[in-house]
Design a protein around this ligand. Structure first.
Ligand code: SF4
Length: 400
């Protein structure tokens, strides 16, 4: 009997998540399949015959419509083909995802769960429908976080989860309000593997919800852990360490003078990306950010003092946001631009599934506020897709 087809639907946006689950899958398990990659805009694989076939998707909210359309077409042309999906959107909104027509929806961390699913699928022992992985159980040290199948060496995930409780963010709920850090040994072995696969590689980036919280479980920076991380990377011969910049941003309350003195000599990135989100203490409290405007100003000033460009995230259109609060936000952004020459990364509030504010509505953005934001954008002081996301929640509701 021929081996069943396992088709991996690869897009640029899912190389990280697919790399994580495929890298974690035992080789002898994958060898039981005829493994096929279907990349980007390529035609669907010609090997798609009438053998038993499983097509694997991983996606986020913005890709839902595109995936739904493709799935419909696949199901129409190849009704025998079974489909499974995981990733951020299926995890956050599994019911909505199942309604798109997937046979199996795997919600949660996939490193262990996906392999268990494949084993059972081979034996026809996995029921169709939604299945939830146990929350926050994956030991990052046991898995490499990448796979050569996806042909991408992603930023190395040094921490997963967050104990803060920002109302707009899904990270705490998805990780049961826990935080895990990858050990130095595990990080070192991934770095070595990267250099083996790409000997000329210079820059290594990292993935973390709060980069300067590496090694910390206490709610404040662990200077020893940060030092050990950076020294380890230096000793491993990483020519360019990119930490504190996308996709390993930082929180203002973790940017202290001690932290900046420690990290600056090691970093090659010229920008520090930091979530500040609002210039109003009242709004920061509503968002449950856990820091104040004064802490944000102190952090921005330190980032500038140590020679980095502060690239600062802000959100407008938050639930129940008043006109005064929006004006306060733009006043604050302009003040920070004038005093510290920051660059603003502007967002419009989007009610994401699995967040405390998932059922809240975006507040209308005052026209005078929009105008001032556009002026900053035209002056090159502000970037982001904020304007595309105005009214975005309506599209989301329609998808539901
Ligand atoms: S926005 Fe950042 S700090 Fe807040 S809960 Fe999410 S990951 Fe944690």
């Amino acid at each position: 009997m021929p081996a069943p087809n396992l088709i991996i639907r690869i897009q640029n946006y899912n190389r990280v998540s697919l790399g994580a689950i495929l890298g974690a899958a035992p080789k002898n398990l994958l060898q039981k399949f005829n493994l096929i990659t279907w990349v980007s805009t390529d035609e669907e694989p010609i090997e798609l015959g009438h053998e038993r076939t499983l097509l694997v998707y991983s996606f986020m909210l913005p890709h839902t419509t595109e995936v739904a359309n493709e799935l419909k077409s696949i199901k129409h042309r190849y009704p025998f083909c079974e489909t499974v999906c995981g990733g951020a959107q299926p995890t956050s909104a599994p019911k909505v995802t199942l309604e798109l027509g997937f046979d199996y929806v795997l919600a949660g961390e996939g490193e262990v769960f996906f392999s268990e699913f494949l084993e059972k699928w081979l034996e026809n022992a996995f029921e169709k429908g939604i299945h939830h992985a146990p929350k926050a159980k994956v030991n990052l040290d046991l898995f490499p976080g990448f796979s050569t199948i996806t042909e991408y060496l992603p930023p190395i995930e040094i921490s997963r989860g967050c104990r803060c409780g920002c109302m707009f963010c899904g990270v705490p709920r998805l990780n049961a309000a826990t935080v895990r850090h990858r050990s130095l040994d595990a990080i070192t072995s991934i770095v070595k593997e990267y250099f083996k696969l790409k000997p000329g590689r210079k820059r290594i980036k990292f993935l973390a919800p709060n980069a300067f919280a590496y090694g910390s479980f206490s709610g404040k920076p662990d200077l020893n852990a940060l030092y050990d991380l950076l020294e380890t990377l230096k000793r491993a011969g990483v020519p360019e360490i990119n930490l504190g910049s996308f996709p390993s941003e930082v929180r203002p309350d973790y940017v202290t003078r001690e932290v900046m003195e420690l990290v600056t000599p090691y970093l090659s990135n010229k920008t520090i990306v930091m979530g500040v989100q609002s210039g109003s203490n009242k709004m920061l409290a509503k968002m449950n950010r856990g820091h104040t405007v004064a802490q944000a100003i102190n952090a921005i000033s330190l980032v500038r003092e140590f020679g980095f460009l502060p690239h600062i995230d802000f959100i407008v259109g938050n639930p129940d946001e008043t006109q005064e609060e929006q004006i306060e936000l733009v006043d604050f952004m302009e003040q920070m631009i004038n005093e510290f020459d920051i660059k603003v990364h502007m967002h419009t509030f989007t009610p994401l599934p699995s967040t405390p504010w998932e059922n809240k509505l975006q507040s209308p953005i005052d026209e005078s506020v929009k105008k001032r934001i556009r002026t900053l954008q035209a002056a090159g002081k502000l970037d982001g897709w904020w304007e595309n996301h105005i009214g975005y929640f309506r599209t989301n509701q329609e998808t539901k």
